[in-house]
Design a protein around this ligand. Sequence first.
Ligand code: IVH
Length: 334
Amino acid sequence: MVSTAESDPRPRAETLRASIAFHNDRYHRDDDPEISDADFDALTRELRALEEQHPELAVDTSPTQQVGAPIAEQFSAVEHLQPMMSLDNAFGWDELQQWDQRNRKLLGPEAQLSYVVELKIDGLAMSIVYRKGFYQRAATRGDGRVGEDVSSNVSTIAAVPKELTTTTPPDIMEVRGEVYMPRRAFEELNERRAAAGEPQFANPRNSAAGSLRQKDSRVTASRELSFWSYQLGALEGGPSFTKHSDTLEFLSECGLPVNPEVRVLASLDEVFARCNYWQEHRHDLPYDIDGIVIKLDDLRQRGELGSTSKAPRWAIAYKLPPEERTTLLRDIQV
Ligand code: IVH
C-alpha cells in the first residue's frame, strides 16, 4: 500500500498529543483551563480513535495512556499506596452497553452483575490516609503514582474527620474521594474577588483546586471546601469486604461523608434511567457534577476484570452532555 502525505495519520496524532498535553497541564497543574471539558474530551476521543485505527501510534507516552499531570514544585511528592487511576468515559447508551457487554464477555455467561451508581463530583481527586484511626496525610492524584502532599490544607476541611469514629480502626486505611466547592460558596468567593479587583475563578472545580493548592493553609481554611468519599483504597488490619457498597457503608460508619445519592441497581436499564434522571436534575444539587460513575459492586468480579494502564475495567464514567447556557442579548449598538 502506498502511503501518501494526506493519508499519513502521524502529523495529526502529533498535533493532538501536543494540544492534549498543553490543555492537560492548564487543567491539572495550573487550575486554569483554556477550553471546555467537552472540547478536551473531543480531542482525546479523536486521538484515541486514530490510535485504534493505527496501533503503531499508541506509544506509552501518549496522553491517552496517562493520568493527570506531574506534581507542582511547591508541594512535596507523595507516593500513593495504590496507583490512583482515571476512569474511561461512556457517551450515551450505546457506549454504556458496550462497556457492559465487554464485562459480561470477560466474566462469562453465568455472572450476575450488580451496579453501584454514584455521582461524578466535579472537584479534585484526593487520597487521604488514616493510621490507627487518625488522619495522617492527604495527597492529590498527580500523575497517578506520585501526588502532591496537601495534608495541612486538607486538614482545614471540616467534612474530613481528623479521627475515625469506629472503635476498631484499621492500622492503615486509605480513602479516595473528591474535594469540591459548593456552587453558592464559589459564587460568593468570586463576588468577593471581583470587589477586591482579583481575578475570578472560571467554575467551582477550578476554585476548589486553586483553594486547595495553596502554600498557606490559612487561605484554604478561609474557603468553603467540602469532601465526598467514594472509594476505599489501601486497607491494612481492617475488616474484609466482598462488595463495594459495603465498603461505602463502612466509610460512613467511620465518620467519612458518603454521598446520599449512591444507589445499588440490578440492571443496566435501571442504571441508564438513573443517568437520564441526573441529566435532568443535576441543577437540583448544590454542587457540580460532570457525570455518573457506574461501578460493579462485586469485588471478586472487579478483581477478575482488572485494569488497563490507565483505568479500571469495572467502572465507567457516563458523561453528561456539557451544559447549555443561554445568553440574553439585550441590545446591539452599531
Ligand atoms: S472512582 C479507580 N467515583 O473522576 C476509580 N471517581 O475521571 C477511581 N470522580 O479521578 C475513581 N466522582 O477524581 C470515582 N464517585 C466517583 C467519582 C470519581 C468523581 C473523579 C475522580 C477520578 C475522576 C476520573
